[in-house]
Every structure is written in C-alpha cells, then in structure tokens.
Design a protein. Structure first.
Ligand SMILES: [Zn+2]
Length: 247
C-alpha cells in the first residue's frame, strides 16, 4: 500500500453505505480514481464541501493495487468552480458535459496527463471568458484527438484530395470525404475545415468565436464519440440548447 498525493478534478460523487462518500476523480497524471471518504457524506465531515463536482482538490489517499475504492486520507480545495455554476445554466451544462466526457473517455492504467491539461486549460479559459461555444467544441475535439480517434480532416479519406472548403467536404461514419467521392453527403458549413486547422494549432484564448462552425464540429465530434464508445453521452442533448441557443 502506497500513499499517493495528487491534484485532482472531481468528476462526480455519490454516497454508499448511507454515510460514505465516493469521489471519482481525474488525477493530474490523467488517471481516473475512485476515492472513498469514510463518513464523508455526513455534514460535519472533514471533507464536506470539498468533494464536490467541478472542484480541483489536492488529495492524498492509500493506493492498494487491485482495489476499486482507494481510501481517502485528506483533501483540500485548490480551485472550486462549484459556485460559478449557481444561476448559470450554460456553465453548469457545459461543465457537466466535460465531466461526463472525462468519465467516459479516460480508462486504464496508463494515464493521459495531456487530457488533464486540456481540462484545466478549458476551465482556466472559462474563468475569464464567457465563450462556452468555442470552449465546448475545443474540449471535445481535443479530447478525441488526444485519444487518437479524431480522423484526418485535411484530406479526403477516399482519394486524398485536400479538403480546404466546407462546401466541397462532407462527413460520414467517422471520416471526411470530398464532394467528388461522396456527392450525396451534405456539405459542411464553409468554415469547418479552417476551424479544425486553427483549433489544432492555437490555444483556446486565441480563437475567434464562430458558433456555426463550432456547432457543426461538435455534432461531428458527437458522432465520432458514439461510434468509438458505442454509447451516447447523457449530457450532450441537455447541454446543446443552453450552450447553442440559436442552434
Ligand atoms: Zn475524394
């Protein structure tokens, strides 16, 4: 048994055995862990208010191999976004969506520190910006890209022609095609190929809002996600009307 200390993002929490609280967290090493706080669900618990979703905490726990729940030793808040959501449904929905993606995309023993950095980058951005549309498209695009499941968007999957204009580009079953190879596909909004190129090179804070391209991109990402994981996110359709009210 080893003592482990890490800054973590709290993805979700639930209560078991009436009073014990389980926090599913993403560590800065990009691993998903389930930490259990004995009596942590009681009001007077030392972890009350700390193990809440959307919090970044510094946690220490006893790690035992092969054990599902790791006993939490201590937790302290580093940064809390829990209060930021009060009265802000857009942020609440967006944060819930990011948490669900982290929960469903992160697996296994090999961590993805880059995924953790993507999460902190997105939250940092939303501390000083209100552009939930760009942030949400960026988070999902990069989340899939880091896992290696976002397809090549610069060339047609069939003939290899460069895809520079949405009008000549369509998307079907996880791949991008030119309009010559797949004339039956609905053309993408014109800005999508350019948006993808910019997103793959620029940090979030450098991006200029482009809601039409971002909504199209997010829909593509959601298709890829469903094909890859074999399941739908619960929060995608809930989040969409709040983050893209005009969509
Ligand atoms: Zn083609």
């Amino acid at each position: 048994m080893a003592v482990v200390k890490s800054v973590c993002y709290v993805i979700k929490t639930f209560t078991i055995n009436d009073a014990d609280k389980v926090a599913v967290v993403l560590t800065e090493g990009g691993l998903k862990k389930s930490l259990i706080a004995k009596n942590g669900a009681r009001l007077k618990s030392a972890v009350a208010g700390k193990l809440d979703p959307f919090n970044f905490i510094e946690a220490e726990w006893f790690e035992k191999e092969g054990q599902k729940l790791q006993p939490l030793n201590s937790a302290a808040i580093k940064k809390s976004y829990f209060k930021r959501i009060s009265g802000d449904m857009g942020r609440f929905m967006a944060f819930s969506f990011y948490s669900e993606l982290a929960d469903l995309l992160v697996h296994g023993e090999e961590g993805s520190p880059k995924f953790y950095r993507l999460l902190t980058h997105t939250f940092d951005f939303l501390e000083t910006h209100d552009d939930l549309q760009t942030a949400t498209a960026y988070f999902m695009f990069w989340g899939l890209k880091l896992l290696g499941v976002f397809p090549d968007f610069e060339t047609c999957a069939q003939c290899g022609t460069g895809l520079s204009d949405g009008q000549n580009c369509g998307f079907s079953t996880e791949k991008f095609y030119c309009s010559q190879c797949r004339p039956q596909l609905k053309p993408l909004p014109e800005g999508v190929p350019g948006r993808l190129r910019i997103m793959s090179k620029q940090p979030l804070s450098k991006l200029i809002p482009d809601p039409d391209s971002d909504l199209a991109l997010l829909t593509i990402c959601n298709n890829i996600f469903t094909a890859f994981t074999g399941r739908e996110t619960k929060s995608f359709s809930l989040m969409k009307p709040f983050v893209f009210p005009a969509g």
